[in-house]
Design a protein around this ligand. Sequence first.
Ligand code: IMP
Length: 180
Amino acid sequence: MRTIEEQGYRFEEWLTPSDIAADVQQVAERISADYKDKEPLFVVVLNGAFVFAADLVRALKDVRCEITFIRVSSYWGMSSTGKLEFIVPLQQVVENRDVIIVEDIVDTGLTIHQLKAHMRAQGALSTRVATMLFKPNKLEYEDAKPDYVGRELTDEFVVGYGLDFDGFVRNLDAIYKVKQ
Ligand code: IMP
């Protein structure tokens, strides 16, 4: 099993690149079935979701998709600040569009809760959420329960495949769990 060290913490490989590929494929198949011949707008939440989104959209079949990006921040180090800041605002018109928010991980759900309210206020027809990872035990906002999930985990801190630790290690090809 591969391990890495980052800022004095040890992390162990949890999902290998082939585990991740299988999870992404499963999510892509479900979205492809639900949005066949539709034109959803994928709103990718930067920075973390860029790796998952790149794999996900390329695995879709018969979905005419448009992709846009927003950047929000609610996390510093290993714990949430509880506040959402729009660093790159939504630049696409979502009115009358079927929106799919793409996240790397849903933790407390605050990010998704606020983004869904934002999409609603902007007149989106529907808003669903696709996330690589979901921590159901930590969910604090019921409306933030994701529709498409690659893999669930408990409340461990994970990095890699887009997920960072203070800005670093997003480039790892696997997902690593912090070793307690
Ligand atoms: P939420 O708003 O509490 O659901 O947090 C969502 C955001 O927190 C994600 O988009 C991540 O950027 C960050 N986050 C939550 N858990 C982790 C983790 O285990 N590793 C890295 N980032 C995380």
